[in-house]
Each structure stands twice: as C-alpha cells, then as structure tokens.
Design a protein around this ligand. Structure first.
Ligand code: PHE
Ligand code: ZN
Length: 899
C-alpha cells in the first residue's frame, strides 16, 4: 500500500484491511499546546487479507511510545514516515499501546483535535483521526470505543465524547475526568470529543418503544437564547424517522454541540454531533427564514445519519454517496413533510433543483466532473461535492420514483436487515432496493458510474384522426473528464398531458401500465431512443414532461411560448408550472445576452410580462410559489446555457429584464409588497416565510425604479424591521438600488441622499450586531456580492478589523460572496478579480487547505469564458500552481483545471 502524499487513490485498488480492530480505549490529557493521547487497541488478523504488515496512518504526530502485547516495540520492528507507521511481521492477535503528543492550538486546518474560542473540538471525517493517533483510519475498520478525558476543571468544565457517560470525578491539581463509552461499533471518522466552557439546553423525550432519551444542545454561554429551534428540529427529526422509516434513536443520550470554527455544515459523530454555529443558533433578531430552514434540514440530516451512515456505514470513501446521497434525500423528505402542503413541497423541490442547477450541473460539466461514486481521488475532502451529495440524493429519489412510496420503504427495510453494523457499498444499497421489489436495477448502476448531466430530447406527434399521441425520447450524455463514451441511463420520466382547458387528461400508454389510474405516468426510458404511444387522446395535448423533476437531466423540447404560458397557468404539477416560467425567462435572457453582445437594442415582449403578472397577481397561489416564479434564472444558469460566457453581457441582459419587469409591473409589485407585510410575532412557518420572501423580492424589483420613492420604502423597512429576514432584505435592496448609480444631474441630490442612507444603515447594522458573529458574516456577504463592490472595495473590506481568514465562516462570507456571487465584478476585464482570488487561495492554503480548495473551485469553468478573460484566469491558476507549499487539496483542483 502506498502512503505517500499527492498520489491518486483508485476505487479498483480497494483491499480489505489487514487487521480488524475490536476495541479502542483512549485517554486524553487535554492541553492546548501539548495534549497527550494514549490509545490501546485490540487487533486480530483478517484472514482474507494478503497484506502482512500492519500499516497505521498518522499525520503531524509526535510518537511518545509504542508497545505491542505489553512489550516496548523494538526500533527495528516498525518504521515511521510522514504519513504512516508500519509494523513488520506482527502476530495475529495484538494489543497495541500507542502514546502520541499533539498541538491543538496550532491546528488551523480544523481537522483532528483543535481549539476554537478556547474550547477543544475534534473533526475526524474523513481522515482526521490520524491527526490524533496512529490508526488504520479507514471506514471499514469498526470498533467499540471507550474514552477517558482529563483536563483542568476550571477551564474545561464540560467533557464530552460519544455514547454514554459512565464515570466522572475529580483529579489532583485542579483537574477532573469523564469516561465515555459508545455501545456501538463505529469507524474512526465518527469519533468525537468536546471539552470546554459550554452550557446546554436539555429535554427528555419518550421514544416509540417507550424508552427515554436525553437531548442536549450545547453552546457558549451567551447563546442559550438561540437553541430552541435546533432542539425542536431535533425532536421533529427523531419522531419523523420513527414514523416514516421505523428507525428509532439507539442511544440514551444525543448531543449537538455548536462551534464557530468549522469547515463544513455539521458532523454526525455518534451521539455527539458537532455543528457549525450557523446551523444551530437562531432567534428572530439574528436569524433569517433561510437560516431557520437551514437549521431544520441540517439538524435532520445529521440525525438521520445515525442510521444511514453510522449504523450502516461506507466500506471506503468512494462509497460516500451511500450515506450522503441517501441522507440528503431523507433530509429533503423531512423538510417537505414538515411543511405538509403540496404547494409547500413543490417550493422546497424547486429550491433543491435550483441549487442542483446552480452548482451541480456546472460541476458535472467542468474539470472536477466525477460520477456519484468516483473512481479516483487525490484528496478525499475534495469529493464532499454537490455531485456526491445533491446528485446522489437525486439518484436515491429516482429509486423512490421508480419503486413508489411502499417499494422504497421495503428496500430500506431490507437494507438495514442485511447490513446493520456493516461497512458497505452503493451496490449493496441498489441490491437491497432491487431484491426487496423483485426488480432488475442493473442498468440503474450507470447513475453511479457515469458522470455528466444527461440530455433528454423530447419530440411529440399527435394524430387527430386516430386520437393517438407519441412521445419520443432521445437520450445522450456529454463526454466528461476521463469518460468519452456513455451508455444509456435508466431514466424515470414523470409525464402528464394537459388539455386545452388546462386540465390533466387521463392517460393510456401502450408501453407503460398505469396502475394507479393517475394522471401522471412514470415512463421508464432505458434506451438511447424510445417512443411511447398514448391512445384515446381526444385533443392535441400540451405535454408536461419530467414532473417534479423526476430525474437529474436536461430536457430539450420545442415548446412554443403559448405552450409554456399554458403550463405556467395550469399545470397540476407545481414544479413544472414553475419550470415553464423559467423556460420563458431563459429563452429571452439568452436572446438579450446575444443582443447585448451584438450591440443591438434590447427589447422584452409583453407576452412574457403578462404571464409573470398573472402569476404575481394570482392570490390563490401561495406567496412562496409566486416568489419562485418571479425569481429569474441566475447568471450561472444563463452561463451554463452558453458556449462562451461573457459575464458582463449576461449581467446587462439580466438587469435589463429586471428593470423592464419593474417598469411594467410597478403597481403590481407595490401591491404584492403591501399585501404581504407580516405583522405581529415572528414565526418561521411556511406561510409567513413565503410572504416575507415575496415581499422582499418585490422590494428588490422595485429598486430598479429609478426614482427615490422605492428606495425610501426599503429604508423605512430597514428602520422598522422586527426580524432579521426583513432587516437584511431591506439592506440588500438598498445596497443594490438603481438610484445609487443614477448619473444624470436631476437625480444627483437623490443619489447623494440614498448613498448617505445606505452608509448609515450599514454602519448601524454593524454596530447593532458586532457581537453576533453570524450576523456580521451576513454584513460581509451583502457587501461582497453587491453590484457596486469592485476589486478595490474588496481589498478594503479584507482589511476591515472584523475580517479574518482563520474563521471559515468569515472567510467564506466575504470572499466566496465576491468570487461566486458577484460575477460582473469578479470577472473584471483587467483580470484584477482573478489576481485577488489567487492571492487569497495562496493565503488560505497556508491556514486551511480544505477551505482554500473550495475557493480554488471558483475558476473551474475558466475554459468557457471569452478569450481575454481566459488568458487572465490562466495566469491566476498558474500563479497558484507554482506557489510554494501548495496542499494536495488545492493542487488537485488547480491541476485538473489546467489539464
Ligand atoms: N458528514 C458531514 C455531513 O454531511 C459533512 C462533513 C464532512 C463534515 C467532512 C465535516 C467533514 O453531514
Ligand atoms: Zn451528511
């Protein structure tokens, strides 16, 4: 086995571990500069393995001593290099005692054991355990852990680890201890400890079986007023998993701990979930509706991992989507069930698909493109990707669509029956789904092995005389990195047919039985070309294809504008109603972008505006849904549809469309604004959230109006805001208001007044929330993504005393906002945005490679931009590639981009 750095690991090279581990007993003497870790493991030879040596991984460890079966290990019996410790000719049964020393305060990578705000935390997924001790740090090595924590009692009054607290007490010298035992076998990546000054909100609940469980949410003292929503979300998650999947909490105690320095969203360590504060802390004053929704879904996500991830885990990291795709699907279903209404579900679905298109489709078409189950990696952290997570969730959703609610549940039940307490593969999951339902899902495997977003061409013919209707599908998949030829996918395509009155027609298809007599039929497209024949079709229908986005593909179909308007007005599938509106908008945005580039005059037809206005004014529709329809495709969505990306042309086109909409619909927008004010006590329920969303969207459109009256509306909302959603909504409208860029002298004084008001509000906001880190992150994000923030302004913001690169949330708040959400400024024609990017990637690389590698992704699509921009991007990429001490995390991204 090769253990050097910077090499490619292949899925095909998987071999089982040479030894199994039964028990792990750890002792920690916690000290910020020098923590001592003793680890006693009992190992037994895996007779299935050909490997003779015992290879333990270790990173940045100081080995204090090593003993095997009670004897000091001779210096000739083992070898240490930068990444491993190998023991030669070990006996079949081993008790290994290892003592290591580590330096948590110096650990800025936030992997392994580190210090945040004076407290200790661990992060072990994927390969952080090896920064604590030498170990076969791989997910198929599962063992029972006992952990003894010792620390100064005053500085670290709280000592937590996985499982149950079995003993605690005092030690000499002002120290104390706590002993924890996890009753379940687990891989090392699920190990966790927390120590420090923390307080908790706790509640006892009764589980389905009648057992009681203690739930705790641990935070720093000043944040105890922000834990209720996380606690509620945890309880809802526990009850939901009992109800929907028959899965019960298997521990007597379940803890969530919030930490402000964290690379990701949260981590599902057994019984001791560690969360980015962003996904725990909320009250009306500091958190937006989106924050509330994010907390619910992440709390759910981590809790659901307890079964999908922890009880059944991954054999190797290529199988990551086994737990992540499935758990994202589960958290999506949880959030949908929490809303309950059909329309609410659709709004959630729309948001998920938006995100898929915004991030996953570009990933799938770029240099980092990889299948849901990757074939190789250099740094596994780079594969915690939107493909593994979000596309992986779409793959799980396709089983659900193909097998139905009950069939899917049968598959899940069989999966747990077969694999509880095992480390398994995506193929095992697929086999459980197939076997439980007597289905052949062989072809379905291609969703795991082939990268790229499939294209599905659809054409239709209606024969009025015979009353027959044909739908033909042609599928293809573009070549992706390392995969030139693709085989056909097994694609569930949910279809409905609308009559001229907009009603669903009943469906009779020759090739596909319609068991439930529903008006939506799931057609199974498995061939490159396939035709479905419908009979008894009384009039020419308008087809509604891929209802509820039944597969992660791009549908190409020749709709007329009238077809789309018809679908937007009537489709019983709310997702496709929205989709029709997006198609109407996208068509026009592409034309406008081309017109900008050709120097032609820009025009927007009234047909489109009318369709939008109908939706906006249709108060029988939920506000949340109307908000989604009125939200235009993003600059990234538009870019993905173009051969060559010209960010400035896109920006001009999109801006023109927004201002035209406002010019025509000002009164309707004002009405939408005024009729969706939510008064009274703040509540993050779906209805109020939808109202605030529509109101704030209307407010942002209204800022396209060149006069100051709409700016005043935003300013007043800012001043009177009673919750963070309205406050940040107003501030965001103000900072992007057209009035600020009015050049004519008539509006000069109005512009000056607006600028003063904005400056005042930004200052006021900062002062009001300077002690709330998560709110100051929002303040940076707002400015990083503001249309007026250029590179020069960015350089100033980076020097703000509250800015730091060492805290990932803060670094992301400003930098990622600029590089990923401010395309017109980031892609400045002189390349200065890219130069800034290169500087920041290099600086971050020295602090935290994982965060740096995420930022490195901002130039993924560089080969698609205009030649002049490409040239600048290449220079920036090469600058990073040739900088000193670039981590393998960042190098993998840059090398793939430049390849
Ligand atoms: N496993 C975590 C989740 O999805 C994500 C994570 C990965 C967190 C790696 C930290 C490090 O829930
Ligand atoms: Zn997860």
């Amino acid at each position: 086995m090769r253990t050097d750095n910077n090499i490619t690991i292949f899925r095909k090279d998987y071999t089982p571990p040479s030894f199994w581990v039964d028990t792990v007993e750890m002792g920690f003497d916690l000290d910020p500069k020098a923590t001592h870790v003793t680890t006693r493991t009992t190992l037994r030879r895996n007779t299935d393995s050909k490997e003779k040596e015992l290879v333990l991984f270790g990173e940045g460890l100081k080995l204090v001593q090593i003993r095997m079966n009670g004897q000091k290990l001779a210096r000739t019996a083992y070898q240490i290099d930068k990444h491993s410790l190998r023991i030669f000719n070990p006996p079949d049964n081993i008790t290994l005692d290892i003592e290591t020393q580590i330096n948590p305060i110096k650990n800025t990578s936030l992997n392994g054991l580190y210090v945040s705000n004076g407290n200790f935390f661990t992060q072990c997924e994927a390969e952080g355990f090896r920064k604590i001790t030498y170990f076969q740090d791989r997910p198929d090595v599962m063992a029972k852990y006992t952990v003894m924590l010792r620390a100064d009692k005053k500085k670290y009054p709280v000592l937590l680890s996985n499982g149950n607290l079995i003993e605690e007490g005092k030690l000499s010298g002002g120290r104390h201890y706590a002993k924890w035992e996890d009753p379940f076998k687990k891989p090392s990546y699920l190990f966790a400890l927390v120590a420090g000054k923390l307080v908790c909100q706790e509640e006892k609940i009764k589980l389905k079986s009648g057992r009681k469980a203690l739930l705790q949410v641990w935070v720093e003292k000043g944040n105890l007023d922000k834990t209720q929503h996380a606690m509620d979300s945890l309880q809802n998650s526990i009850f939901w998993d009992e109800q929907r999947f028959g899965l019960e909490l298997d521990l007597d105690r379940f803890m969530i701990v919030a930490v402000s320095d964290f690379n990701m969203g949260a981590m599902e360590n057994k019984g001791l979930n560690i969360f980015n504060t962003k996904y725990v802390l909320a009250n009306a004053k500091v958190a937006t509706d989106a924050d509330y929704a994010g907390i619910e879904s992440v709390v759910g996500h981590e809790y659901f991992h307890n079964w999908t991830g922890n009880r059944v885990t991954c054999r190797d990291w290529f199988q990551l989507s086994l737990k992540e795709g499935l758990t994202v699907f589960r958290d999506q279903e949880f959030s949908a069930d929490m809303i309950g209404t059909n329309s609410g579900r659709a709004v959630n679905r729309i948001a998920d698909v938006r995100m898929l298109r915004q991030a996953q489709f570009p990933e799938d078409a770029g240099p980092m493109s990889h299948p849901v189950r990757p074939e190789s990696y250099v740094e596994i952290n780079n594969f915690y990707s939107v493909t593994v997570y979000e596309k992986g969730a779409e793959v799980v959703r396709m089983y659900y669509t193909l097998l139905g609610h009950e069939g899917f549940r049968k598959g899940m039940d069989l999966y747990f029956k077969r694999h509880d307490e095992q480390a398994v593969t995506c193929d095992d999951f697929r086999a459980a789904m197939a076997d439980a339902n007597g289905r052949d899902l062989t072809q379905f495997e291609r969703w795991y092995s082939q990268a790229g977003t499939p294209r599905l061409k659809v054409s239709t013919t209606y024969d009025a005389a015979k009353k027959t209707y044909e739908i033909s599908f042609t599928q293809s998949c573009p070549a992706t990195a390392g995969q030139s030829k693709k085989l056909p996918f097994h694609i569930p395509v949910a279809v409905g047919l609308l009559n001229a009155a907009g009603q669903d027609m009943s469906l009779k298809c020759q090739e596909q039985a319609n068991p439930t007599d529903s008006t939506t039929l799931v057609l199974e497209v498995t061939k490159a070309k396939q035709v479905f024949h419908f009979t008894n079709v009384k009039e020419r229908p308008t087809p509604s294809i891929l209802r509820n986005f039944s597969a992660p593909v791009e549908v190409e179909i020749n709709y007329s504008d009238e077809d789309l308007a018809h679908l937007l007005a009537h489709d019983s599938d709310a997702f496709n109603r929205w989709e029709a509106g997006q198609r109407l908008a996208m068509r026009r945005l592409l034309k406008l972008t081309a017109a900008v580039q050709a120097g032609k005059p820009l025009e927007l037809d009234t047909m489109f505006i009318d369709a939008l206005s109908k939706t906006l004014n249709d108060t029988t529709l939920d506000a949340a849904f109307r908000e989604q329809v009125l939200t235009l495709p993003s600059a990234t969505n538009i870019a993905e549809q173009l051969k060559v990306i010209d960010p400035h042309a896109i920006q001009t086109a999109r801006h023109f469309m927004r201002s035209e909409i406002t010019r025509h619909l000002k009164d309707d927008l004002l009405t939408a604004y005024e009729s969706n004010l939510t008064n009274g006590k703040y509540s993050p329920d779906a209805e109020s959230t939808g109202k605030r969303a529509l109101k704030n969207l209307a407010l942002s459109y209204l800022q396209e109006w060149p006069q100051d009256s709409t700016f005043d509306l935003a300013h007043i909302q800012y001043k009177n805001a009673k919750n963070m959603t309205d406050r940040i909504g107003a501030l965001s409208s103000m900072i992007n208001a057209a009035i600020l860029s009015q050049k004519d002298s008539a509006s000069k004084s109005a512009r000056k007044a607006a600028q003063l008001a904005l400056d005042g509000a930004l200052k006021d906001f900062y002062n009001a929330f300077k002690n709330e880190a998560l709110v100051i992150d929002k303040w940076f994000t707002l400015q990083g993504s503001a249309a007026s923030t250029d590179v020069k302004k960015m350089r100033q913001l980076l020097k703000h005393p509250a800015f730091t690169l060492t805290n990932p949330n803060r670094a992301r708040s400003l930098i990622f906002a600029f590089c990923n959400a401010n395309p017109a400024q980031f892609h400045a024609a002189d390349g200065s945005g890219y130069a800034l990017w290169a500087d920041l990637v290099i600086q971050l690389n020295a602090i935290n490679p994982q965060v740096a590698a995420r930022l490195a992704r901002s130039l993924d699509r560089w080969k698609k931009y205009t030649p002049a921009l490409q040239e600048h991007m290449k220079t920036a990429l090469e600058k990073v590639a040739s900088a000193k001490n670039i981590s393998k995390d960042v190098l993998e991204i840059i090398n793939k981009a430049l390849a």
